[in-house]
Design a protein around this ligand. Structure first.
Ligand code: PMP
Length: 362
């Protein structure tokens, strides 16, 4: 594959093969003469496609039968409010790790639905860069209804690679920016959720993988479309689902299977991240602000030693077909998001460009 390469954090690059297939099928899905967007979600062909998408996701992530796979509305933030309403009582205590921007938003949302939101600890600055406080120092509650964290902070580029053994409450993870990026032991989690627009499909859509014992606990005021128990009972079709997003996500799951699944993705993603970090670390012109033990393999923020060159950098990158590199508005600088759909050639092209830009300006 050649440029353009899209490094946007989300909505993000989709596999080209998936877009080509969607284009081919757009006006006549499975020879029907109409688009998949124009048929009923109750149509047997659609239901079959929807079930296959679920099964493919189950296969890819090795999701055991005692977990429900739900296709939800409202993206990642929708789940920020769905989680506390569904699996905690209004007077319960819940634990949250605050490792960055998205954790913080999740905490603020939880505070609306649960009276005791305990922040156990969070991001710290060290001499080697931004990190997460050691688990020994976390203030975990003895009676938390759940422990919530974001394993991959999309804006900060900070990742927590392991769940510390100290965490004994049911674990809830916001995997919006790292789902399907490497093998995972689903059974270590009570609930995994992800907004779709990075490693799965279109925005506004979300996946929730919910262990059966968490069902039936929703607060009485929970809106019905956000109620996991209702959505589980109705196979995520309580109301009209986002049929286009479901279809496209299904194509991405098929593509992932063809690539060899998450084991292969994990190896490729590790190589991509290593290429980029190695180059950044070898240069005085660029830097990454994150401690090496906490670096994200999906979102690589980097700064130019002279921020006055940022605009020139972005403009020149765009001219080479390297798109979406501007850092999040909260933190500035640059950010390369290198999700599953980004081929290694894209990362090589980025590193080559960064080297040339450095040579030209030193
Ligand atoms: N969590 C994480 C980790 C994210 O990166 C994002 C979006 N960038 C969200 C939640 C929010 O997702 P949405 O915009 O779909 O609500």
């Amino acid at each position: 594959m050649t440029a353009p390469y899209n490094f946007s954090a989300g909505p993000a690059m989709l596999p080209r093969a998936v877009l080509e297939r969607a284009q081919e099928e757009l006006r006549s899905w499975r020879g029907s003469g109409i688009s998949v967007m124009e048929i009923s979600h109750r149509d047997p062909a659609f239901v079959q496609m929807a079930l296959k998408a679920e099964q493919d996701l189950r296969d890819l992530m090795t999701i055991p039968d005692h977990y429900q796979v739900l296709f939800m509305h409202g993206g990642g933030r929708g789940q920020f409010s769905a989680v506390p309403q569904n699996i905690a009582g209004a007077n319960d205590t819940v634990d949250y790790l605050n490792s960055g921007v998205w954790s913080e938003f999740a905490i603020r949302e939880a505070q609306k639905f649960v009276s005791k939101v305990n922040v156990v600890g969070g991001a710290v600055n060290t001499e080697q860069g931004r990190a997460i406080a050691a688990a020994e120092d976390w203030q975990l509650s003895a009676d938390a209804a759940y422990f919530h964290y974001c394993p991959n902070e999309t804006v900060d580029g900070v990742a927590l690679h392991e769940i510390p053994a100290q965490v004994t409450a049911p674990v809830v993870a916001d995997m919006s920016s790292n789902i399907l990026s490497e093998p995972l032991n689903v059974e270590r989690y009570a609930l995994i959720y992800a907004g779709a627009q990075k490693n799965i499909g279109p925005s506004g859509f979300a996946i929730a993988i919910v262990r059966d014992d968490l069902l039936g606990r929703a607060q009485g005021t929970t809106s019905t479309i956000m109620d996991y128990t209702v959505q589980a009972k109705d196979k995520s079709m309580y109301n009209t689902p986002n049929t286009w997003a479901w279809y496209l996500s299904g194509l991405v799951f098929e593509w992932l299977k063809e690539q060899g699944g998450v084991a292969v993705m994990g190896q490729v993603n590790a190589r991509k991240a290593q290429l980029l970090y190695n180059y950044i670390d070898s240069s005085d012109f660029y830097s990454n602000p994150v401690h090496p033990d906490y670096r994200s393999k999906m979102n690589v923020p980097f700064l130019l030693a002279d921020p006055q060159r940022d605009d020139d950098f972005l403009k020149a990158a765009e001219q080479q077909g390297l798109l979406g590199l501007k850092g999040h508005r909260f933190v500035g600088g640059m950010r390369a998001s290198i999700y599953n759909a980004m081929p290694i050639e894209g990362v090589i092209a980025l590193v080559d460009f960064m080297r040339e830009f450095e040579q030209k300006h030193t």
